[in-house]
Design a protein around this ligand. Structure first.
Ligand SMILES: O=C(O)CCC(=O)C(=O)O
Length: 278
């Protein structure tokens, strides 16, 4: 595994390394998800949160009122690639600390950015139905990973994600896009496969869960007045190629995040910088 060289100036701030103990690596490798507590400090979150929340407020101004949205729309306000709009957001998303943890959990030498995504569950927001992220991702690898980091403390009554343990080992479980059908079908699949479900419970701002692209997951509704502001960052192993399947749910991702790189070619478009090692 690549590490910071002591001959070079040591990274500081949000790039400073986090020492990952073996337990989360083992949990991630077997269960397809894990939690890393205190990955960002209170001071770091306090420094980045106003920028990130301000950007999301601007980028989601036109979202219709809750009662006019479908199940997916009620789950969260969503804003993508904040890093392209603001230097501070870029510093957060390009953090070598976060990318190195992602690489270490997957056991790969390098990771590229797929995209960032803010997922803010509003007060009264609905549940996030069961789904597999990789349904949307035209990437020819299983080495994909999402970091889900709250910018606020998330108590148990707001809730964090629930994962189906080891569901990633089954790969593609049915290509259902997020919605009522994915919730119903994956509920059945969780029962049929006797998958054990697990949540990491309440989280502090700066804690982070990590999950693989094929790990089944969901999140509960938010019955509280708290805005559950969460930043996610998605990476994939350096050297990954674009999948031959760029149809259906993957069509827009191929256009938006992979610069329509032809299937079979290396996924390293202008929006996919190498973030670890860099
Ligand atoms: O934030 C949520 O409610 C769901 C997040 C999610 O599905 C993801 O990060 O892949």
């Amino acid at each position: 595994m690549t590490s910071f060289s002591s001959d070079l100036p040591q990274p500081s701030g949000i790039d400073r390394a986090h020492d990952l103990p073996p337990e989360p690596i083992t949990e991630f490798q077997t269960s397809g998800h894990t939690v890393v507590r205190g990955l960002a400090s209170n001071e770091e979150i306090a420094a980045f949160r106003p920028t990130l929340e301000g950007l999301v407020a601007k980028m989601t101004q036109r979202v219709p009122p809750m009662d006019q949205r479908d199940t997916y729309g009620k789950a969260f306000l969503q804003a993508h690639n904040l890093w392209t709009r603001d230097e501070a957001a870029k510093k957060f998303v390009f953090s070598a600390r976060f990318a190195k943890v992602a690489a270490e959990l997957m056991g790969v030498d390098g990771v590229r950015l797929y995209h960032d995504q803010a997922l803010f569950k509003e007060p009264g927001g609905g549940h996030t139905p069961w789904h597999q992220d990789q349904t949307y991702w035209p990437l020819d690898t299983n080495d994909t990973i999402t970091m889900w980091m709250p910018l606020v403390d998330v108590p148990a009554d707001v809730g964090t994600m629930t994962f189906a343990n080891a569901s990633q080992t089954h790969g593609d479980l049915g290509r259902f896009i997020i919605g009522d059908e994915s919730e119903a079908r994956f509920n059945d699949i969780v029962r049929e496969l006797c998958l054990i479900t697990r949540t990491h419970g309440a989280m502090k701002a700066g804690d982070a869960t990590f999950h693989r692209g094929w790990t089944l997951h969901r999140a509960p509704p938010n019955p509280t007045p708290l805005l559950r502001s969460v930043m996610t960052i998605i990476w994939y192993a350096d050297g990954t190629r674009v999948s031959n399947d760029v149809s259906g749910a993957r069509y827009f991702d191929h256009k938006l995040w992979l610069a329509e790189t032809p299937p079979g070619e290396l996924a390293q478009g202008p929006l996919n910088p190498l973030l670890w090692p860099r």
